[in-house]
Design a protein around this ligand. Structure first.
Ligand code: UTP
Length: 295
């Protein structure tokens, strides 16, 4: 059973400068809710109650966001602002969020290494803190992976089809479907950022994982790659020599909030779904489209 989730959120966010010079990209809001809150809710909705965030310099606001603010709560209650009150306390009381510092930013693999003491000797979920995964079904995307884990008890990677010309941005997995009706594949090859010619498929690792505790030994054995970073994909590749790895083609959409264009698109998509102003936003967008057509 998966009881713990690790959320790496220590990265610099260089793709989103200058906004990320003094604020974490994981706190960039989609309409009014920080990205990382969507990520935490995904884990909580999947049944996880123990969450470890990997943070670092300049990331204090993440801690503050998840701490209770009793003065603010009292004031909202006095003013009868109950909608806002539940918005500032979005998580069930039994959810525990812990923090650990990654002092030197040496890549995602290194960030995961910082979870070793907290995770101990059990499998755990990993959700990248800058990416929202919107599920197309009732089960959150990480729950989809946890269900595959419960069947096979092996590494499970979230996979998503991407355009062939974009494979060099991702870790790419090759393999074959476990059964015809299933969206689970048995992974036989993994390559970090391949060229379109090298890529064994167009299935990219999509920001969510279920990992066994053996990943920590594999991370210790992983030599730093480009820019001195320890790649998580390289460590998973070491595990591939000894055990089975599964990939689950997610039923959902990935929104990479560390990417400016994705950030804008996601803000619009989520804005359109809002009861309070979605219709106004749609009207405005249609007016804009009319103007472009006519002028
Ligand atoms: P990214 O590779 O997208 O993060 O990592 P980054 O390095 O901040 O991005 P850019 O390219 O400079 O914009 C995915 C997740 O892993 C975390 C990030 O915070 C992000 O949530 N991460 C990355 C760490 O926690 N530590 C690291 O050393 C690197």
């Amino acid at each position: 059973m998966i009881r713990k989730a690790v959320i790496p959120a220590a990265g610099y966010g260089t793709r989103f400068l200058p906004a990320t010079k003094s604020q974490p990209k994981e706190m960039l809001p989609v309409v009014d809710t920080p990205t990382i809150e969507f990520v935490v809710r995904e884990a909580v909705d999947a049944g996880i109650r123990d969450i470890l965030m990997i943070i670092g310099r300049g990331k204090r606001s993440i801690e503050e966001h998840f701490a209770r603010n009793f003065e603010l709560e009292a004031q909202l209650e006095r003013k009868g602002k109950f909608g806002e009150l539940s918005a500032v306390r979005p998580l069930p009381d039994d959810v525990r969020i812990h923090f650990v510092w990654q002092t030197e930013l040496r890549g995602l693999g290194d960030a995961i290494r910082h979870a070793r003491d907290h995770v101990g000797n059990e499998p755990f979920a990993v959700l990248l803190g800058d990416t929202i995964l919107q599920s197309n079904e009732e089960r959150p995307v990480i729950r989809q992976l946890m269900d595959v884990y419960e069947k096979h008890e092996e590494v499970v990677l979230a996979l998503e089809e991407v355009d062939r010309e974009h494979v060099s941005r991702y870790g790419i997995a090759g393999g074959s479907p476990v059964s015809e009706s299933d969206s689970t594949i048995k992974v036989t090859r993994l390559i970090e950022k391949p060229t379109p010619q090298q890529a064994p498929s167009n299935l990219a690792i999509a920001s969510r994982y279920v990992l066994p505790p053996e990943i920590f030994q594999a991370l210790d054995m992983t030599t730093p790659g480009e820019g001195g970073e320890i790649q998580l994909t390289d460590a998973i590749k070491i595990l591939l020599d000894e055990r089975s790895i599964y990939g689950h083609i997610i039923n959902g959409t990935r929104h990479d909030m560390g990417n400016k264009l994705d950030f804008l698109k996601t803000s619009i998509l989520f804005g359109l779904e809002r009861e309070d102003f979605g219709a106004d936003l749609k009207g405005w967008l249609m007016q804009m489209v009319d103007t472009w057509h006519n002028g």
